[in-house]
Design a protein around this ligand. Structure first.
Ligand code: COA
Length: 334
């Protein structure tokens, strides 16, 4: 079912990628825009898989191209809380056309080919990312059983802080080794808060183990896989009542980047103890995290939130996070 695109097609694919990137940048100036040389190098040397492509008619240049891949997460990965272990996805997707109708038709044809690829690779699920401000893709994806999952949202360093009154006696500070059991318990509460509502969240034993690794790296002042962990706790009457598990990351300008090149703070996990939610602790901690963004001279921060987590969706939008990418999923059992 795969059509290999040969070197002579690479120029056409690069032109398609540039046209798409222009459209996406006009809709949202936060979108990464790799240069044509980067796209060409990626397609010819770095692409992790074959290209599949769709053309408007036989013999025409492609107006939809993708690089499908199957990602295998290690059995002890904390990503398994939200993604299947063998996940069919794409390393790159390019769709363009002279009109939105043409773009939509190209996406539909491309998804037919991707779907055939994924089905033949028998993953446990499929995920697909689409820019939140590009043309609406949810209806097309639903025809393939791929449904809304989550948002990848960013907050610019220059965005104004929240206006709120801090709860009295609330102290926010870096996480310390003596906080460990509270930190792990609160990290587990994040997944637990998703499970009743999200069709995709699953209990995962490795959440605590991976968080311990990040905390140990923070306490030893080390980087972990190229990023620098920074966790904060909010303390009320000497009790840890909230955590912000963050990483400082230098993002490059590779073809698969979700954000533009720069230094960012990634909020990996964030929770307020269940009995104290809705009292302003989350807002105070989010403000503190934004202070770290400024202190580190990051260009901004980013995070994921589930479309099914109503509390987090409201909370992060109020905290100034704007969706940049929308993620969709299908599980094999669904
Ligand atoms: C999401 C969460 C961190 C919010 O923290 P919080 O301390 O409860 O939030 P705050 O009391 O500081 O509220 C800040 C703002 O968000 C809004 N908000 C918070 N929770 C909300 C909810 N469940 N529904 C609607 N709005 C909500 C508040 O109304 C408030 O808005 P306002 O300033 O206009 O009044 C917390 O509910 C939580 O830990 N949830 C479970 C874990 C989780 O989902 N983490 C986020 C993962 S992405």
């Amino acid at each position: 079912m795969r059509d290999a695109v040969t070197l002579k097609d690479i120029d056409a694919v690069s032109a398609l990628a540039l046209a798409q990137n222009r459209r996406r940048f006009l809709a949202d100036s936060r979108m990464p825009c790799p240069k044509v040389e980067e796209i060409t190098r990626y397609l010819t040397q770095e692409s992790p898989g074959d290209l599949v492509w769709a053309a408007q008619r036989a013999g025409a240049e492609p107006n939809g191209v993708a690089v499908p891949v199957v990602i295998e997460y290690p059995a002890d990965s904390d990503a398994l809380a939200y993604w299947p272990q063998r996940n069919g996805t794409t390393a790159a997707v390019y769709v363009s056309g002279r009109s939105e109708a043409e773009c939509r038709a190209a996406l539909y044809c491309l998804l037919q080919k991707l779907d055939a690829y994924w089905r033949s690779a028998t993953p446990e699920g499929v995920s697909f990312m689409w820019p939140s401000q590009d043309f609406e893709a949810a209806g097309i994806l639903s025809k393939f059983g791929i449904q809304l999952d989550a948002f990848f949202a960013t907050r610019d360093a220059s965005s104004r802080p929240l206006t709120h009154t801090n709860p009295p006696n609330l102290k926010i500070r870096p996480a310390l080794p003596r906080d460990l059991s509270s930190l792990i318990r609160l990290a587990d509460e994040v997944v637990a808060a998703h499970i009743p509502h999200s069709p995709f969240a699953r209990p995962t034993v490795s959440i605590g183990d991976r968080y311990r690794e990040r905390l140990n790296a923070q306490w030893k002042n080390r980087t972990l896989n190229g990023s620098r962990p920074v966790s904060f706790v909010a303390e009320l009457d000497a009790q840890v009542v909230a955590i912000a598990d963050c990483l400082i990351i230098e993002e490059g300008s590779s073809v698969g980047s979700l954000v533009r090149h720069g230094k960012y703070l990634y909020v990996n996990s964030f929770a307020v103890a269940e009995c104290l939610r809705g009292t302003g602790i989350g807002a105070a901690l989010a403000d503190h995290v934004h202070g770290k963004v400024l202190e580190e001279r990051c260009c901004g921060s980013y995070l994921w939130f589930s479309a099914y987590n109503r509390g987090a969706s409201n909370f992060w939008r109020k905290a100034g996070y704007v969706p940049l990418w929308t993620s969709f999923q299908r599980r094999c059992e669904s």
